[in-house]
Design a binder for this molecule. Structure first.
Ligand SMILES: Cc1cc2nc3c(=O)[nH]c(=O)nc-3n(C[C@H](O)[C@H](O)[C@H](O)COP(=O)(O)OP(=O)(O)OC[C@H]3O[C@@H](n4cnc5c(N)ncnc54)[C@H](O)[C@@H]3O)c2cc1C
Length: 285
């Protein structure tokens, strides 16, 4: 059921990654309403359907799972989680599961926007490129918000790569009533399009030099800002190895406290389906 890359959804994936056995609500069936190419590498896919009445939007930077057919164009057979594994899982019609940000949810119309950074030949990126109105997918419901403004903070430094643009957009749109800077690392400068309806003046683009590792330029840009500036906080997401270096810089070199940081590994070079709960605190192989 689950290949070595974790591409296809297996019983463990639905029963819960950490410890397993945790029963999750069944995925909701949705359909693509429309797509929009926001920049050369960012595609917004708007999905809807009656089952999205059960979708919960807990707040900015909240994430959820998409479930798509593992074979392009195949009909979608969604598994149903049960106490003892999967009910109705069809090994002949496997699905692939990936983590995405709820960019916007409009309960009045039941529409959910998901924005895909189309980075290469990953199944989710390829699905987004090919997505057409009527295509089916499954979505789980986010369980918690991924950002809360510290009421004592006087400034906020947001940072991420292209995969974090949707989450950064949801945070900027909360219009925090403090000084905000938002650093975004791009591989392709043509992707530098404003992505938030509010506080877009806070966005500063960091173009990745050719041959540089993902996140290295972002790390440098953050280090340039991370003098001890008093009460403030950081929210940073991107490639998992880079996030570890950025977190270590902020804790060890710039001497910030853990409480001032939210760091998230969103993907990992050379690995498929990076776990959705990577806070960058533990070493990776
Ligand atoms: C909490 C959370 C929220 C996220 N929200 C979003 C979101 O809203 N939009 C979004 O685009 N992504 C988001 N991501 C990242 C997304 O889950 C990964 O990029 C995912 O791996 C993409 O799946 P895939 O099937 O395209 O590629 P995979 O099959 O997972 O990976 C295939 C190959 O592509 C590489 N790869 C994966 N992602 C990237 C990338 N971003 N850049 C360069 N190479 C990559 C992998 O290292 C691997 O070698 C989020 C991740 C997390 C944990």
């Amino acid at each position: 059921m689950t290949g070595p890359t974790g591409a296809a959804l297996g019983a463990q994936a639905v029963r819960g990654g950490r410890g397993g056995g945790r029963r999750r609500p069944p995925p909701l069936r949705a359909r693509v309403e429309r797509t929009a190419r926001l920049s050369p590498h960012l595609i917004r896919v708007t999905v809807a359907g009656p089952e999205l009445a059960g979708f919960n939007y807990p707040g900015p930077a909240s994430h959820f799972k998409i479930l798509i057919p593992s074979v392009a164009g195949a009909p979608l057979t969604l598994p149903t989680p049960g106490e003892d594994g999967l009910v109705g899982y069809d090994p002949d019609a496997p699905v692939t599961m990936r983590t995405y940000t709820a960019r916007a949810f409009r309960p009045e119309s039941g529409e959910l926007d998901v924005e895909f950074f189309v980075h290469g030949d990953g199944p989710a990126a390829q699905w987004a490129i090919a997505a057409r109105p009527g295509d089916e997918l499954g979505v789980s419901s986010p369980r918690r918000s991924g950002f809360a403004l510290d009421p004592a903070a006087r400034w906020l430094l947001l940072a991420g790569d292209s995969s974090a643009i949707p989450a950064l957009g949801t945070i900027l749109e909360t219009d925090p009533a403090i000084e905000v800077t938002c650093l975004v690392e791009l591989e392709d400068g043509q992707d530098a399009v404003p992505f938030a309806a509010r506080r877009s003046e806070a966005i500063e683009w960091v173009i990745r030099p050719e041959g540089s590792a993902p996140g290295a330029a972002l790390r440098e840009a953050i280090a340039g800002r991370a003098r001890r500036l008093g009460a403030g906080s950081f929210w940073v997401a991107g490639e998992a190895a880079a996030i570890r270096q950025i977190r270590a810089d902020l804790l060890d070199t710039a001497d910030y406290s853990r409480e001032a940081l939210v760091t998230r590994g969103y993907w990992r070079g050379g690995h498929s389906n990076h776990p959705d709960h990577d806070d960058g605190a533990e070493p990776i192989d």
